[in-house]
Design a protein around this ligand. Structure first.
Ligand code: JB2
Length: 206
């Protein structure tokens, strides 16, 4: 498990519930305040990953992704280039259509829904309770945050962040590294590296 913070602990919970063994947590910071990691070996340097042969272990990308943060993608690319495979994680209560495609290293968390004809790219997070409707194409290294709703045929480029509870209407295209802030509703296509914020009411409460 690479990383030992909030995202890693959610993934560990899912994996342990599926009877999987986590043999080590690799994180520069302490993990002692998270009881889920009790009893698991902890290494503070990424160099420790190379103690484990790529044929013996799978890696889990437990470093999350906030808008335009580079670390998660960097770690994924560094270790896949060295021949390591990242585990694809599907929570037991996620709902994935048999006609959806989930790429290597993607993570669909608790009650995430991926409908028929949808594609989820490598290293992408579909977070708790997010809904990816039919025929969406979600590229690599995205984070679709909790309870975001993507209506049918939404497409995203790499590195897109869609915040919690955001709604993306059908047929919308979102280009690389764009951000949809939490709670926003997106009704038009979004250019690369731009941010769409929720419309705020100007009314004053009296
Ligand atoms: O270079 C690194 C490195 N830098 C930070 N290598 C390794 N192996 N680990 C690294 N870390 C570790 O990432 C930190 O030591 C820490 O354990 C973890 C980051 O934890 P944090 O709780 O700050 O963030 P997160 O990435 O787990 O969660 C973010 O993304 C999630 C998807 C949060 O914002 C969550 O709210 C969000 N749900």
């Amino acid at each position: 498990m690479i990383g030992g913070g909030g995202h890693a602990s959610v993934l560990a919970d899912i994996l342990m519930g599926q009877g999987r063994e986590i043999i080590a947590v690799i994180s520069p910071d302490s993990i002692s305040e998270r009881p889920i990691f009790d009893g698991i070996a902890h290494f503070q340097s990424d160099d420790a990953i190379e103690k484990f042969s790529s044929s013996d272990v799978k890696l889990v990308n437990g470093v999350g992704f906030l808008p335009r943060s580079p670390l998660r993608k960097k770690l994924y690319q560094r270790y896949t280039a060295q021949g390591y495979e990242f585990e694809t994680i599907i929570a037991s209560d996620a709902s994935i259509s048999s006609y959806a495609s989930i790429a290597s290293g993607a993570q669909v968390l608790t009650r995430g829904i991926v409908q028929t004809g949808a594609t989820i790219g490598e290293n992408t997070i579909i977070n708790t309770g997010a809904l990816v409707e039919h025929d969406c194409y979600i590229a690599a290294h995205n984070h679709i945050a909790p309870k975001a709703v993507l209506c049918g045929q939404v497409t995203t480029g790499e590195g897109v962040f869609i915040g919690a509870n955001a709604t993306i209407l059908q047929n919308i295209s979102i280009k690389n590294d764009a951000v949809v802030a939490a709670g926003a509703t997106l009704t038009m296509c979004l250019d690369k590296n731009t941010t769409h914020y929720p419309i705020r009411s100007t009314e004053k409460y009296t």
